[in-house]
Design a protein around this ligand. Structure first.
Ligand SMILES: [Zn+2]
Length: 176
């Protein structure tokens, strides 16, 4: 990918503009990847949001169908970008979940060490083991589900904006 030479500003702009994948396209793409919908229909030639047969303008990006004809399927490159988006999101979410899990384990080991040092009674060890399970689960859920979700979303969208910027330049070269 040659996204670097497109300039930070362009990428920043792309990231802030209306989402590259509109809500409607996102749900269609999710359905396509789940095998619940075929990659067929009428899609905006610019942003690939599905558009109804009678419409002459895209509701998402305001593209005039006269200027850039609608397409009958989402291009492979766009499908690949979407898959990459989902992959990046879950990578970050899982990463944060693991950090939470290991924090729970580290706490367990720390408490275990203290109990061992002071010669605590066996019930304290039982408590420590319970702590391990509860804390690992709660921290994994919190870090993955809240922080990871938020960070992953931003990260994946930003990378998508880079990918899209490259794609849009290539696409412009190939269309007269
Ligand atoms: Zn559009």
């Amino acid at each position: 990918m040659t996204g670097r030479n497109l300039g930070e500003a362009a990428v920043q702009r792309a990231a802030e503009e209306p989402p590259i994948f509109s809500e409607r396209l996102t749900s269609v793409l999710d359905a396509i990847f789940e095998g619940k919908a075929p990659n067929a229909g009428r899609f905006c030639g610019n942003c690939y949001t599905p558009i109804d047969a009678q419409r002459t303008r895209c509701l998402h990006c305001d593209q005039d169908v006269e200027q850039r004809p609608a397409v009958e399927k989402v291009p492979q490159e766009v499908l690949a970008m979407f898959r990459q988006l989902r992959r990046r999101e879950s990578l970050v979410v899982n990463g944060f979940a693991y950090v939470g899990l290991f924090s729970g384990v580290a706490t367990f080991i720390g408490v275990f060490y203290v109990l061992f040092t002071v010669g605590a009674s066996v019930w304290w060890y039982v408590f420590d083991i319970a702590l391990l399970f509860v804390l690992s689960r709660v921290l994994a859920g919190l870090l993955g589900g809240y922080i990871g979700d938020e960070v992953g979303y931003r990260y994946a969208r930003r990378k998508l904006a880079e990918d899209w910027a490259v794609y849009a330049v290539e696409r412009a070269k190939n269309t007269p």
